[in-house]
Design a protein around this ligand. Structure first.
Ligand code: DAH
Length: 346
């Protein structure tokens, strides 16, 4: 009997290795272990054996059954894995097909400079505010100490929508908006970046549309040295750590005293070059101490509060930083120009 069982096992294992699919595994299972199998037949004959023989045959039959079952299970697993692999192979998507090339856009140089200025002032605790490009005569001129007949208006002529509304000629209108909109007057620091417009003929250095950042600080005991320190920080952030600034007396109706600020030339180390026109200094902005009339016009007690203000042209800063010689490049959106400001990915 033991011999028979071993023979069954041998035959079964041999056949199982040849099985190719699940059906043939099922067939083999019933052929070698099923009710009508030779194995079951041998088992049914065990009744006629002695106890000792039963023990021995029983042990072998268990081993044989287990060996056949294991072989069937393992082969079935193997078959299923193979089927899965075949299916995956068939369903494979070719992801190596090259896609359409998309060139990522780039920040506009004016945006780069504006954000750099914003970041600096945010780090010094300033509010960054936004305001309308169309504003009233009152905000653009009147409350800034520039009444209707004032000759300084000529330099800032703009485009009028009505007699009282115009495209703002400078961001200084935001000084008025900011201060008049405060219900309770208290010290503050703000900058306002934005677009501005003038009745200028467009050429390499003029444009009817440009942009500025206005700065305004109002508080108690604000002095010229606060303004100087602030602008020195700005100049060094924009043009390099070793920059010096100098104040030149100037005139703006909304500040008293008023200054134009020059920065030491970053190109030639003040030896004199084309950029600084041989002077070693480059003009970058206008500024001053807020005129008492402006403070009063906007509801601030000028005996208690002082302030400083400045206005810087973003195109001017960008042109100096990046060596742009034609202002129109900022507005024509020529890819060959903008492409220079790409951040390259490596
Ligand atoms: N608004 C002036 C301009 O457009 C620039 C300016 C000068 C702004 C002095 C200021 C200032 O706030 O204090 O030319």
């Amino acid at each position: 009997m033991i011999e028979k069982l071993n023979k069954i096992k041998e035959e079964a294992l041999d056949e199982i290795t040849k099985c190719m699919d699940e059906a043939s595994i099922n067939n083999a299972r019933s052929k070698y272990l099923g009710k009508k199998s030779e194995f079951t037949q041998v088992m049914s004959e065990m009744g006629s054996l002695s106890n000792d023989e039963k023990k021995e045959v029983g042990k072998v039959s268990n081993e044989v059954r287990e060996a056949i079952n294991n072989a069937l299970d393992n082969k079935l697993k193997e078959i299923k894995l193979e089927e899965l692999n075949k299916r995956l192979e068939k369903d494979k998507i070719d992801i190596t097909l090259p896609s359409n090339k998309r060139v990522p856009g780039t920040k506009h140089p004016l945006t780069i400079v504006r954000e750099e200025i914003e970041d600096l002032f945010i780090s010094m605790g300033y509010d960054v505010v936004d305001g309308p490009e169309v504003d009233s005569d009152e905000n653009c001129f009147e409350k800034l100490n520039l009444p209707r007949s004032h000759p300084a208006r000529d330099a800032q002529d703009s485009f009028y929508i009505t007699d009282d509304m115009l495209l703002r000629p400078h961001t200084s209108s935001m000084q008025v908006r900011y201060m008049t909109s405060m219900e309770e007057k208290h010290p503050f620091k703000m900058i306002c970046p934005g677009k501005t417009y003038r009745r200028d003929d467009d050429d390499a250095t003029h444009s009817h549309e440009f942009s500025q950042v206005e700065g305004l600080v109002v508080g108690e005991n604000i002095s010229l040295s606060d303004l100087k320190g602030t602008l020195e920080t700005l100049a060094r952030r924009l043009f390099g750590r070793d920059r010096e600034i100098r104040f030149r007396a100037s005139y703006f109706p909304f500040t008293e005293p008023s200054y134009e600020v020059d920065v030491s030339c970053f190109n030639c180390g003040q030896k004199g070059c084309g950029i600084c026109k041989g002077t070693g200094w480059i003009e970058i902005l206008g500024c001053g101490m807020v005129h008492p009339n402006v403070l009063e016009n906007c509801g601030f007690d000028h005996t208690k509060y002082q302030g400083f203000a400045f206005g810087v042209g973003i195109e001017r800063v960008a042109s100096l930083k990046y060596g742009v010689t034609n202002m129109r490049d900022y507005f024509t959106n020529d890819y060959r120009f903008l492409h220079n400001f790409n951040r390259k990915e490596m």
